[in-house]
Design a binder for this molecule. Structure first.
Ligand code: BEZ
Length: 211
């Protein structure tokens, strides 16, 4: 069955380009981004892995570890990394899982047979420090992902995990947030000393509380 938000992210052991891992141990107290790609030595995937390597500092700043997975073997991954570094002007700095037996792909339902019965689709799982799934995304092979969007979502997830706010459409770090409906007006005044702007009883904005 497909994994849902709030489910425990399945643990696994695997060979990666940075050595063998036990996934939960490897995550430790960090947040995680586990993302699959259809195959090594393919153009869109090459740009995606290069894009993630380039924003490693942004993941570090947010205490997030990134890890990629495909059903190709380790020697293929190592050869491909040379191409990624060369063509994307970067240095790969996060592991790629070699999931030849499709154990990870199966546990995370990353093979969608009506799209492709062999390769993984472009799945993204954001996993919290409690090892629970906080966000899932699924893209087809033909569409590369926007990793700035994934950072934006992580900013929202980390903020809303600790404050009684939600983030509106197209929100970016630093912009006003929405007071969650369960908070009364009286409590909102106490919780958000920077002020609450009430547009409708159910639509109340406050400056981002953790800045
Ligand atoms: C790609 O990464 O370029 C790709 C992979 C599978 C199908 C189509 C594109």
């Amino acid at each position: 069955m497909a994994l849902r938000l709030g489910d425990l992210a399945p643990n696994f052991t695997a060979q990666t380009t940075e050595g063998p891992i036990d996934f939960h141990q490897w995550l430790g107290n960090s947040w995680g981004v586990l993302f699959s790609h259809p195959a090594d030595y393919t153009p869109v995937c090459t740009t995606e892995l290069g894009a993630v390597a380039k924003i490693r500092a942004e993941f570090d700043k947010r205490n997030v570890k990134a890890i990629a997975v495909s059903v190709d073997p380790l020697d293929s991954h190592h050869g491909w990394i040379k191409d990624i570094n060369e063509t994307q002007a970067t240095n790969m700095n996060f592991p790629i899982i070699a999931d030849e037996k499709r154990e990870v792909a199966t546990a995370y339902d990353m093979i969608h047979p009506n799209a492709d019965d062999k390769a993984t689709v472009r799945s993204v799982f954001v996993i919290g420090p409690d090892k629970k799934i906080k966000l899932t995304l699924t893209y087809p092979a033909s569409t590369g992902r926007n990793f700035m969007e994934i950072l934006r979502v992580i900013d929202s997830l980390q903020l809303t995990a600790n404050h009684k706010v939600a983030t509106p459409a197209n929100w970016r770090h630093g912009e006003d947030c929405i007071v969650t409906p369960a908070v009364s007006d009286a409590d909102a005044q106490k919780l958000f000393p920077k002020g609450v702007r009430k547009i409708k009883p159910y639509l109340r904005y406050t400056p981002q509380p953790n800045l």
